[in-house]
Ligand binder design. Structure first.
Ligand SMILES: [Zn+2]
Length: 675
């Protein structure tokens, strides 16, 4: 089963959170049919903020321009309508989106609790604003209904929707809100700005595949959209999904000691992921399109925030849609869940091109997360600073790299110039300067820091044993770590105590002190993902690894959209090298529904495939792509499909059975904070 995640994306696990209860003996959330965020009282793990944390958070209050309230005015401007409370459910009652779980403790009038970095708290106060907002006459945004915004642009006959959210249910709720305000108008077109799941997955909440096929609704997307939408995150999907449970904190309680949001928005909805392929592909900057009477001028921005992405200028509104290329945060050059590292230099170049092409004719700028910015001068200043944010991160990191500093050192040394540091829209709520600068180093130099000592490190457990031995044993380390903890030296105690836990995973005292350490680091973090990572780590040290129902997170639409080559690539990753040792298998696989055939071989513990067919296969399987999709989706096993006659095998059936037995299934809930 494939799993997949995207930058602003749900952890795969969350998708199928309903089901099993807590693991026996462990204190994890009861995974109820309603979302699962029911924490037994005994699971409360809320240590108060330490003196050091209070002081650190107090310093943030002094350092940043909290008197500048423009973002609050912008985030609330143009509110047309909102329900009193907002909980979006599936037809079966499962909760998809629970804004109230945040609103119950985050409000504009509430000062930051001591357990939350005041800058992140400010971001959360902005992110809990919700409802239908007018950006400008004819452009409306539903915000606070999803991790991302759902934008409705008035066409001659209906709505053109710019990005459709993460789930069919949230998109549908957004459309209902718009219809309540303006009366029901049809959806004339949908535009996907980029290939991340929170921008296309809601599509079937608005339109059906049949309407698109019948030509009633156009779907517009940048070149490469489908390929990247279905590929990104599949190959490494299981590992990324597991780390996403840390990054987004979906399973953390929502309170002042738990999740306060993800920086880019609150969190991921747990709804239905859908996908309809685009009907119109945009390939060139300057390309124009008239959609239901709305003129669009496209700017391609591949290889920025997403591999396939585009901005759009709307001349009749003098409005600039920035996709996810500029938001009200420093974005990620590399996400903590894992991803291919992005190109900060390229990102800056495209923002510069936006300024060159459209800068003197933008009255309002809006995008897929956070709130718009109005006024030509404001927008110009903002775009310049967003450009320079990414450019600075790139250039300064490479500058220091060329002076011989390593990633770790660069992240410690780098500091934004004062003119950028005080900009709220450049603060690290999602990305952070510390991890983005390391990402730049990684892009150029890779994992090796150049010191021979780092070339062949002992693995964590072996190293931990020696460290703890050299440091005088577990008790001695704990004593010193406690003293440093008391001094507020959390970054160091985290490093030291990891060795205790990896030497002795049963060390209750070691795990508890490390959990307390992570907690304080989380309380101090400005980045939503950093906070979530630390607090999830603390949780798992105390309660063990969650065991919520295994995910089947690649949606049916996504699996069915994957070409056979992509499925074979993924099978290659799933091949168990030990089981495949010494095996030599050649299978011909013919797909009757898509008219393609492949030879798949296993040799040297490697799976290869080719459209050049073998004339001496061990076996030939004839099937439909749809039948294979059913197997991938867990609807049926291969044996069942063979028995049902939907997969026909000729030749050596034993070779086919052997082949089927060679693949691993990945477990989502692998250990991270313990060995
Ligand atoms: Zn997004």
């Amino acid at each position: 089963m494939t799993t997949r995640t995207h930058d602003s994306n749900q952890p795969g696990a969350a998708r199928a959170a309903a089901g099993r209860g807590p693991r026996g003996g462990h204190c994890f959330i009861a995974a109820s049919a309603a979302l699962g965020l029911l924490w037994p009282a005994a699971c409360a793990f809320a240590a108060p903020a330490s003196d050091a944390t209070r002081a650190a958070n107090q310093a943030v209050l002094q350092a940043l321009p909290f008197a500048d309230r423009q973002d609050f005015a912008d985030a609330q401007r143009g509110l047309l309508r909102k329900p009193d409370t907002l909980i979006i459910k599936k037809d079966n009652g499962e909760v998809v989106w629970d804004l109230e779980s945040y609103r119950k403790f985050i409000a504009i009038e509430n000062p930051a609790p001591s357990t939350v970095n005041p800058s992140l708290w400010r971001n959360a106060q902005l992110n809990v604003q919700y409802g239908l907002y007018e950006v400008i006459d004819g452009i409306y945004q539903v915000r606070g209904y999803d991790l991302s915004n759902i934008t409705f642009i008035r066409g001659n006959t209906g709505w053109i929707v710019f990005d459709v959210g993460s789930a069919a249910e949230t998109a549908k709720a957004a459309y209902e809100l718009v219809s309540a305000q303006f009366g029901k108008r049809p959806i004339a077109a949908v535009m996907y700005s980029h290939s991340h799941v929170d921008h296309y997955s809601g599509v079937k909440g608005l339109v059906s595949e049949d309407e698109v096929k019948a030509g009633k609704v156009r779907i517009i997307a940048p070149e490469g959209f489908m390929e990247h939408a279905v590929s990104e995150g599949v190959t490494a999907g299981n590992a990324m999904s597991r780390r996403a449970t840390f990054m987004y904190g979906v399973f953390l309680p929502r309170n002042a000691e738990g999740s306060v949001g993800a920086g880019l928005g609150l969190t991921n909805p747990l709804g239905t992921i859908t996908l309809i392929a685009p009907t119109d592909t945009i390939t060139k900057t300057g390309q124009t399109l008239s959609v239901d009477g709305v003129e669009m001028v496209f700017q391609m921005t591949p290889g920025t925030e997403a591999p396939a992405e585009m901005n759009i200028y709307l001349p009749q509104f003098k409005a600039m849609w920035m996709a996810e290329n500029t938001t009200s945060t420093m974005h990620n050059i590399l996400t903590l869940r894992g991803a291919l590292v992005r190109d900060a230099q390229n990102w800056a170049k495209y923002i510069n091109q936006t300024i060159d092409l459209y800068g003197d004719k933008i009255d309002v700028k809006f995008q897929s997360h956070h709130w718009p910015k109005w006024g030509r001068d404001n927008v110009a200043d903002y775009l310049k600073k967003q450009r320079d944010l990414y450019k600075f991160i790139h250039d300064r990191s490479v500058n220091l790299m060329n002076k011989g500093y390593t990633g770790e050192e660069i992240s410690e040394m780098i500091r934004l110039p004062a003119s950028l540091e005080g900009q709220w829209s450049g603060r690290g709520y999602y990305g952070s300067l510390r991890h983005n600068s390391r990402a730049v180093y990684q892009r150029y130099m890779g994992w090796y820091d150049g010191n021979p000592s780092s070339l062949d490190n002992l693995p964590p457990v072996d190293a931990a044993k020696k460290y703890v031995e050299y440091m005088g044993g577990e008790a001695a380390v704990l004593q010193r770590a406690q003293a440093d903890f008391d001094k507020g030296e959390y970054r160091w105690t985290a490093m030291a105590l990891k060795h205790v836990v990896f030497t002795n995973p049963d060390s209750k005292a070691g795990k508890e002190l490390l959990a307390k350490t992570y907690e304080q680091l989380g309380y101090q973090a400005e980045s939503g993902p950093w906070r979530s990572v630390y607090l999830q780590g603390a949780f798992e040290l105390r309660n063990g690894v969650p065991n919520i129902a295994a995910p089947s997170s690649a949606s049916a639409d996504t699996i069915r959209a994957m070409p056979p080559e992509m499925l074979f690539d993924y099978l290659g990753v799933r091949l168990n090298a030990d089981k495949a040792e010494g095996k030599q298998l050649t299978l011909n696989i013919a797909f009757t529904d898509i008219g393609k055939a492949y030879t798949v071989t296993v040799e040297n513990s490697v799976l290869n495939y080719s459209e050049k067919l073998s004339d001496k296969p061990d076996a030939t399987a004839t099937l439909t792509k749809a039948a294979l999709d059913d197997v991938q989706l867990g609807v049926a096993t291969i044996d069942q499909k063979v028995q049902a006659g939907q997969i026909k095998v000729e030749g050596n059936r034993d070779a086919f059975s052997q082949f089927i037995g060679l693949f691993d299934n990945f477990e989502l809930w692998f250990n991270i904070v313990t060995p």
